[in-house]
Write a protein of this length. Structure first.
Length: 166
């Protein structure tokens, strides 16, 4: 199986999750992961009504492509797709979709996790949260990265494989 980048896109309409999954599917992969980042109703104890995403599109697409290429280089047999939405999103709507297919589950999960952390760290996409009280506030997309919490730790290739064999 050879790795491939199947889709990298910025979209203004709802993300077509079936298309994202279908783009990485093949008969060689035994595992396909899907990560969907969705708009939640509370952030930092403040009630949210929606989020407006904006970005520097040429640079964002270039950096998203670089992340996808790096993922395929790190996990050579992975097939990856990365889509981010721009514009105003309501509660529950998907803002980002990352799909990874691989022959084995651990590399698929490792690659998908690494990709979302790199996207949040490197891609010039910003979010303006809209709150119930009528106020709006820009949110730092890198908040939480590197604070030592388990959720933000990006794994090295093969680390999940070793943990699963124990």
């Amino acid at each position: 199986m050879a790795g491939a980048i199947t889709q990298v896109a910025l979209v203004r309409a709802p993300i077509d999750v079936a298309h994202v999954l279908g783009s990485v599917s093949d008969h060689v992969s035994g595992a396909t992961t899907l990560f969907l980042g969705t708009v939640r109703d509370v952030n930092d104890d403040r009630a949210v009504t929606g989020i407006e995403y904006s970005g520097y599109e040429p640079m964002a697409l270039r950096e998203m492509g670089a992340i996808a290429a790096e993922a395929v280089a790190r996990w050579p047999d992975a097939r990856v797709a990365l889509v981010h939405r721009l514009g105003m999103l309501a509660l529950g709507e998907a803002s980002v979709a990352i799909a990874v297919a691989h022959a084995r589950r651990a590399p698929a999960m490792d690659a998908q996790r690494w990709m979302i952390e790199e996207l949040k760290r490197r891609v010039p996409i910003w979010k303006l949260e809209h709150y119930v009280d009528g106020t709006r506030e820009w949110v730092d997309p890198t908040a939480g990265i590197g604070r030592g919490n388990r959720e933000s730790a990006a794994p090295e290739p093969g680390t999940m494989d070793a943990a699963l064999r124990r």
